[in-house]
Design a protein around this ligand. Structure first.
Ligand code: ADP
Length: 380
């Protein structure tokens, strides 16, 4: 167990033609003892490079990585007490599961053979793979190989776990099952963990804390709910949540936001939060758009149903503003509510649920109201 700190960590790759690529740009992060941090962002944003620098597999251009306060920049990977699980599992094909799991301990510790055997067996039992110990990786399913790769990391009893997209080779059902299992394991082992993924659902469902990266730069660090409800900027607002937040480009005129298809009145409070910025983006999550058959009122607009995407528990309803068929936006409604394509409906964008961003910098100027009354506590 350990605290891990990244302090202004930067990685610049220099290509053969001298061209420089800043893969990771002054990233600072703290992973507390036993914490599960998910590093998430689109492909190419610098996640793997960050993880590889922590593991010692990649040199650091500038900045510091500290483990329990001690700088480990120049420590060899095997001396870092950090175990990494790769997307490809990286198992030795000619070795049995038992040998694969024991290998790291044999190579890097002075643990006696009988203790190694015992550790491997108890870890295999914990992961439900104890009946596979004498098989070779080729004779295992993807999910079983994944468990072996995890087991190999767990037997080393490391200070820190680094997991690089460990579930992306599994089918959707197994992935969901392994998500829960990994969380349970991590809680049981209380090892500080950095988990890398491009999948925001994994980030939302697994993390104690999410760190969102884009183009090598850290966008926000927060709990899943903070990042969802209080995004720091347009990038985070659009990246977290499925379907994505709806965005409307608007211009401020007095206390109204003017969009090509509608005008949105701002209350005095919201206007004050927005300040004197004039090019703005209005954002609203699909589940906050309210549909009804009623008449237009404040923040309500006549729309036409373009496409209905039934998900079972809910319907994603794609809408266009009446008289304009270019701009679509989406409302998520209960699966038992019925709307037909081509029908007219009133869509309300309630002011307490809207976000306002500065168009130029992307910064959130106003996030939805999350008063404590709207959070229900279900503990008995
Ligand atoms: P992610 O894991 O988020 O997909 P990476 O950390 O793999 O992103 O890559 C970040 C950026 O660094 C990308 O633009 C990638 O092309 C570049 N990059 C990664 N490895 C190298 C390398 N060895 N040489 C040059 N550029 C690299």
């Amino acid at each position: 167990m350990a605290d891990l700190e990244l302090d202004d960590v930067t990685k610049v790759y220099v290509e053969n033609d001298g061209n420089e690529i800043t893969a990771v740009d002054e990233v600072s992060l703290e992973i507390d003892d036993g914490e599960f941090l998910v590093l998430v962002g689109p492909s190419g944003c610098g996640k793997s490079t960050t993880l590889r620098m922590v593991a010692g597999l990649e040199s650091i251009t500038s900045g510091e990585i500290r483990l329990d306060g001690e700088v480990i920049n120049d420590r060899k990977p095997k001396d870092r007490d950090i175990a990494m699980v790769f997307q490809s599992y990286a198992l030795y094909p000619h070795m049995t599961v038992r040998e694969n799991m024991a290998f790291g301990l044999e190579e890097s510790t002075t643990m006696p053979d009988d203790e190694i055997a015992e550790t491997v067996e108890s870890t295999a039992e914990m992961l439900g793979i104890d009946d596979l110990l004498d098989r070779k990786p080729d004779d295992l399913s993807g999910g079983q190989q994944q468990r072996v790769a995890l087991g190999r990391a767990i037997v080393r009893d490391p200070e820190v776990f680094l997991l690089d997209e460990p579930l992306s080779n599994l089918d959707a059902k197994l992935r969901a099952q392994m998500r829960t299992e990994l969380q349970r394991l991590q809680e049981e082992l209380t090892v500080s963990t950095i988990y890398v993924t491009h999948d925001q659902t994994e980030a939302m469902t697994m993390a104690d804390k999410i760190a969102i990266l884009n183009e090598g730069q850290l966008q926000q660090v927060g709990t899943p709910l903070e990042c969802y409800h209080e995004p720091a900027n347009l990038f985070v607002a659009g990246f977290i949540g499925e379907p994505s937040m709806n965005f409307f480009e608007t211009t401020r005129e007095d206390d109204r936001l003017v969009h090509d298809c509608f005008e949105y009145d701002l209350s005095r409070e919201t206007a004050a939060e927005v300040g004197d910025h004039s090019d703005l983006v209005l954002g609203i999550r699909p589940e906050d758009v309210e549909l009804s058959a009623g008449s237009e009122g404040r923040h309500s607009y006549e729309t036409v149903v373009d496409v209905v995407e039934p998900m079972g528990n809910e319907n994603n309803v794609y809408l266009t503003f009446a008289g304009d068929h270019d701009e679509t936006f989406v409302a998520t409604i209960d699966g038992l509510q019925h709307v037909e394509e081509g029908e007219s409906v009133i869509a309300k964008l309630p002011e307490e649920a809207v976000h306002v961003f500065d168009r130029e910098s992307g910064r959130a100027l106003r996030n939805r109201t999350l008063d404590t009354e709207s959070v229900t506590d279900l503990r008995i």
